[in-house]
Design a protein around this ligand. Sequence first.
Ligand code: SF4
Length: 234
Amino acid sequence: MSLKADLYLNRTDPLRYMRSNDCEQCGFSSCSQWLEKLKRGEARLQDCPSLEPGQSHALQVFLSLGQLLPDVEITQHPVAGATGRLEINEPGPDSPLLVTGNAIQTEEVVLAVLSTTEAPFHLLFVDTQGHTVDMALIYRTFTAEAVVKALVGSGLDSLLSHKELIIPGLAAQLKSPLERMSGWKVTVGPVCIGELPLFFGSGWSRPSEKKSQDTLNSVGSMDLPGSGSERGTR
Ligand code: SF4
């Protein structure tokens, strides 16, 4: 059975990421009223002068994720996807590094969200034995040790010009031990993957149609467990 991925989108307040000052220039009495109208198609993004162009795209993406996200299989058991490093949009040494677990559902959803931007990223899938991050924290497969092991195996240390990684918000408790063990700066990202466009704001640049399709196609070209090799060079 497959269902639309639930990313806690309803629990995310996009106004946290805006300079929301209830200035009423949009014609509504508050930012929250404008947002509610926007969700119903009764207001326009361009009516808020506080939104920068990139922010506007990020908010538009966030509000359309309900339709964009893929249906994911609901399974009794965790299903492991690939581990290791994946490059999104030809990242350079200074591109951000996102870290998450290797549940197949997580991989599908992360790649769907990243297909909405042409901003470059390094992605590192930690071996959580196929558990999503929330369950991996309970089963202790997403730990500081597991992240360090993935980091060392990825070769990112010598590829990047920075030493900063972004972990899922649910794993905030790993920040201190991970910084101690790795020597890297650890930034706690959003709880919900769908919040990433808002988190990066104006950095979430609009993709060309081709890049969007290429990113989604990369789901099918990933090295899956049993294929003989970990993804270590992509
Ligand atoms: S114009 Fe923008 S900042 Fe001002 S009230 Fe409307 S949504 Fe809020």
